[in-house]
Design a protein around this ligand. Sequence first.
Ligand code: SF4
Ligand code: SF4
Length: 139
Amino acid sequence: MVKQKLVLRFPSTLVEQPVIYHLVKDYDLMVNILRADINPKKEGRLMLELSGGEADYRRALDWLQAQGLTVMNLKQQITWNEGRCTHCGACSVICPSGALILSRPEMTVHFDEAKCVVCELCLKACPARAMETLLENAK
Ligand code: SF4
Ligand code: SF4
């Protein structure tokens, strides 16, 4: 049994492909979509969790890559580079899950990875680029 979070990147020519349908129907995988940025005629990005049999999972990765998708493991969801953080608090205002909290009166930010839902809002909000997503090649 495999359970893996992945990031799929679609070239603009493939964003309308029924990828999820094939993963479920042809490879008997369970798909949990964590985040989707799919715009017609633009590059798409899909963050999901796949679970199922090892052989089916490997075959599905081969199929995805043969379709022209880039497949990356979401190794560790979101990381906080504390050394870069200036504790400005911008991320704590927009974090929807309470993973980033500004403690008062100290006015210091803390990151609770277990609460993170990988929405990536903090990546865009952080002026110091202290919030990062770790990816690695899936194969
Ligand atoms: S990715 Fe989203 S949920 Fe996770 S820490 Fe950033 S803003 Fe919060
Ligand atoms: S937005 Fe960036 S620099 Fe500001 S508190 Fe959050 S992680 Fe630190």
